[in-house]
Design a binder for this molecule. Structure first.
Ligand code: HEC
Length: 185
């Protein structure tokens, strides 16, 4: 994974480290604790997939798929529904701007689900080894390259290398946090 993706991933892990104190306060509603649990589960799953791409864990198609499915199960409409109604709450870092810009929030949640589906399918196609087809190709640059724009159709996501879909997935986490998660409670 390139340096930019590594940096983004570090930020995601930092977010989970900073969250410990808020749970202890026991102030959050069920929705808030559910969405924070879901986010933490996604961070752990992304870490599992990242380790396989980096080669620090052996590729295991079942574990790769399970991690993709974990992310899928916490994204899309499931994620959106946990942020419905009044979004801000004690112990939550959810920004009130989610209420004003729901369409964009829901789109990011749905995009996340699309990448998760693509990664799950890639594990099915590659039961034995992390094949060269799963790797980023020369032209798959993250920023500024021809593929830098978000793919429009689900088909594009399904046909790109899994590693590229994974990078775009991490970018989706980061984009949503930048816009819709506050730094302080
Ligand atoms: C559509 C928006 C959106 C997407 C996409 C998203 N997040 Fe989040 N994330 C949030 C918001 C909002 C919060 C703050 C939730 C709260 O405190 O109520 C959050 C919080 C978190 C936290 C802190 C949880 C805690 O214990 O307080 C982690 C870790 C996290 N996200 C990881 C991820 C990862 C990993 C991904 C991608 C696989 C991701 N998120 C994708 C919006 C998003």
């Amino acid at each position: 994974m390139g340096p930019t993706a590594v940096k983004m991933f570090g930020l995601i892990l930092l977010a989970s480290a900073g969250a410990a104190g808020t749970a202890a306060q026991g102030l959050q509603s069920d929705n808030v604790s559910q969405r924070q649990q879901g986010m933490k589960a996604m961070a752990a799953a992304a870490k599992t997939i990242n380790a396989m791409f980096k080669g620090s864990s052996a590729y295991d198609a079942k574990a790769f798929k399970a991690a993709a499915e974990t992310i899928g199960s916490h994204s899309g409409e499931g994620m959106s529904s946990l942020f419905s109604g009044s979004v801000t709450a004690p112990g939550s870092k959810a920004s009130a701007s989610i209420e004003a810009e729901r369409e964009q929030f829901n789109k990011l949640a749905a995009d996340l689900g699309g990448y998760a589906t693509a990664l799950s399918a890639a594990a099915d196609r590659n039961p034995d080894a992390l094949s060269p087809q799963m790797r980023m190709q020369g032209g798959d640059t993250m920023m500024g390259g021809p593929l830098a724009r978000k793919p429009q159709a689900a088909r594009d996501v399904a046909s790109m290398p899994a590693e590229h879909a994974f990078h775009l997935m991490l970018q989706t986490c980061t984009s949503c946090h930048a816009k819709f998660r506050t730094k302080n409670e």
